[in-house]
Write a protein that binds this ligand. Structure first.
Ligand code: G4P
Length: 281
């Protein structure tokens, strides 16, 4: 696999910006993709978050393998995170996330009240790598609510805040984290789940990896969707292309299988969920 560019500059900037905003928020809602909940989580974030409560929202529940989801819910809970798994496309599912935040912060707010501090709304920020559902989440809330401009120290003027209800406010701009590429598998996973542009990876290598993975872990989905059974004998890959092209009626290109079209089709069906429920780790 081609070396993927690592941008320390982006990382440092994101870290600084999130660190700034953190001063005025009570909880960070960290979104990860339930299909690759470790690869889609940026470890850099732990260095910034310090003593804030740690909440992980695994999105795209509808596209992920339930058994793997259950495994990773426990995996993160065992590490001290609060965890919730959601399908953000479901009507009102975002509310479960708000409710969990309130639950997590209940004690903190009660402590402040006991000290005689003025009651105030809890304030949250959404962060995550690209494509994990940050804007979907924020837009669902924003559509129903008015935004107010932040006027606390450290909040830039332009920063809008969405008043979710009298107890809860949310920054309307998410913290975008640069995905991590610390090993090949992570890089491949985040490419497959759509968090980095496929063009920056060698598509054919990614496709081989994907077919091998699906053939070993989800053979029934390949059978259902493409009538494909991979035997991993010699020429298995060529057969994958041929079978998919034939099942899905992809026209040949100059007499040969249109390899690019086949790969595009499979990647897009992974990402719109039509292949079925798949997890990559
Ligand atoms: P981002 O801000 O973190 O980059 O992610 P964004 O909200 O743009 O979401 C990326 C894509 O993932 C969007 O699809 C969005 O609809 C989809 N998505 C987010 N959460 C879920 C979920 O829980 N389940 C499913 N099935 N999809 C989810 P898109 O095709 O790019 O846009 P759209 O056509 O849906 O508007």
């Amino acid at each position: 696999m081609k070396n993927i560019q690592w941008y320390p500059g982006h990382m440092a900037k994101a870290k600084r910006e999130i660190g700034e905003k953190l001063k005025v928020i009570d909880i960070v809602i960290e979104l990860v993709d339930a299909r690759a909940p470790v690869s889609s989580k940026n470890p850099m974030f732990n260095e910034v978050i310090k003593n804030k409560p740690r909440l992980i929202v695994m999105t795209k529940k509808d596209m992920a393998d339930e058994k793997r989801v259950a495994y990773y819910e426990k995996y993160y809970r065992d590490q001290g995170y609060f965890v919730i798994t959601v399908n953000l496309k479901n009507f009102n599912e975002y509310k479960k996330v708000i409710d969990l935040c309130k639950e997590v912060l209940k004690e903190k707010m009660a402590r402040e009240a006991a000290k005689g501090l003025r009651p105030r709304p809890m304030r949250a920020m959404v962060i995550g790598i690209p494509n994990v559902g940050k804007s979907t989440f924020i837009n669902k809330i924003a559509k129903r609510k008015a935004t107010v401009t932040g006027n606390r120290p450290g909040v830039t003027k332009a920063q809008q805040i969405i008043k979710v209800d009298k107890d809860f406010e949310l920054f309307d701009t998410p913290g975008v984290l640069w995905p991590r590429f610390d090993n090949e598998i992570t890089a491949r996973n985040i490419a497959i789940i759509g968090s980095i542009k496929l063009q920056i990876l060698p598509l054919d290598e990614l496709f081989i990896y994907l077919m091998e993975y699906l053939g070993k872990n989800y053979p029934h989905l390949l059978k259902d969707r493409y009538n494909l059974e991979i035997d991993f004998e010699q020429d298995w890959l060529q057969r994958c292309f041929e079978v998919i092209a034939s099942t899905r009626k992809i026209k040949p290109n100059r007499g040969d299988v249109d390899y690019d079209r086949v790969m595009e089709l499979v990647f897009s069906e992974i990402n719109d969920g039509s292949i079925g429920k798949v997890s990559f780790e």
